[in-house]
Design a protein around this ligand. Sequence first.
Ligand code: ADP
Length: 545
Amino acid sequence: MLSTMQDEPLSLATLLRYASTFMGDSTVSTWTGTGVRTMTYRELGTESARLANALRALGIGDGDRVGTFMWNNNEHMVAYIAVPAMGAVLHALNIRLFPEQLVFVANHAEDQVVIVDGTLVPMFAQYLPNLKTVRHVIVANGDAAALQAPEGVQVHSYAELLAAQPDTFDFPVIDERSAAAMCYTSGTTGDPKGVVYSHRSNWLHAMQVCQPTSMGFSNRDYVLAIVPLFHANAWGLPYAALMSGANVLMPDRFLQPGPLLEMMAAEQPTFAAAVPTIWGGVLAGLAAKPQDISHLRSVVVGGSAVPPSMMRAFQEKHGVRILHAWGMTETSPLGSVAHPPAGVAGEDEWEYRFTQGRFPASVQARLVGDNGTVVPNDGESLGELEVRGPWITGSYYAPDGAVIDPDKFDNGWLRTGDVGKISPDGYLTLVDRSKDVIKSGGEWISSVDLENAVMGHPAVAEAAVIGVPDEKWDERPLVAIVLAEGTEAKPEELRDFLADKFAKWQLPERWTFIAEVPKTSVGKFDKKRLRAQYADGDLTVTTLS
Ligand code: ADP
């Protein structure tokens, strides 16, 4: 028997219509270095119509890819919603990719148009001659004349192009399963791979982001979106903001701790989102120059494991609640969020908040052990996390129909490459990425556990642990330490600090002190580069007996 319900497609154009009318007074604001420039959602509606008209005039039709090479700002937010709403596909390019990777992903996605921020024109100009499918470049917030176009490419000024357009657009009714946006993985462990989100997946995902069990957005919120719009579908923030009427604060290019703290002081956001390395910098900034940041009701942190010491510091020194979350480009990205269960309060909350969190109803999760069998959710058994659901990718994008990385899929489940355990009440605790776990004499040592523990030492600003070859044990941990400014610590002292937290055989003997942990294009510890530095003999290692 069929239902009597209407079959209205879950298209992103409905979010734009809703936000620009009933939530028309909500705003998106961009930090300028000294203040903000603000656009209401009503204005966002007319700007989106203008951009859609302009793109249509340039020949962009259904399914064509429109790239962005931009900071987080008002114009990027307009592109984020206008491009899918008109039936084209938004491809936010990661401005920090290595040049070959950037050229690879833009060509692979077959981007036809790229919208570029003025300050990024010099960088983009180096790539443009190698972008095979780009026919138009639109320069926002800058001088279009500064870009020398190769033969066959036209350069336009965003402001002039949009000013000439009507402020209404007949956004089409779109099949909810069609492509809305795409993102490539940031290549932490290999080449970037393309994930294509649908209107339906982004719509359902936005609903989940708005749930109190996730980020709980409402139009009383002011969301500081530090996570770049090109990283993992912007963690779903733009569409969830439009759906809930939450106001958005965009940091543009001002991503250092100092300016972030300045914009927080001026704008008093209620919510923020970024990877742990950003928050490490903010904490150090607060230690140097105290400031009240209790206007933040919550901060969602994910992308890599959040050190417990960081969560405690935010809570106990600054009254800010960090929500630890897990996700991937492939999962839209939510993922689990660590809210403690009802009835748990005070110190008891930490046991839950330190985990990667609980999955929402739409995301099924299971753990698969070494021999390919599913292991129980008993809070002890370890396995590779596999997930499935309406916003989890079922394959990687391949224009020629080739199958990319089939090993990542297991009969309808996505293999995440993350190893962990799940408690009977559904809390995920990740031990490591399978590629990072250290195999010492047939036993596992979690690089993340060692990092989290040693980062609890007051002299340690950052610590990254990698496995290095060892004649006797195959692999042993090497701890790379970045000392906090003005502090000192010897390897013996740091190992003693770990002694009551780990079994004796897990305690590292190899230590190195470095100026900075190399970071990936989205600010995660780049262990590939750290391993290469070790292999090249670039690290000075102390080995304790
Ligand atoms: P990349 O794979 O290039 O790093 P993603 O940003 O999509 O790109 O990374 C997803 C991965 O990040 C996950 O598979 C997991 O290893 C890691 N990750 C994300 N959130 C967390 C978290 N809260 N704790 C530990 N690891 C995390």
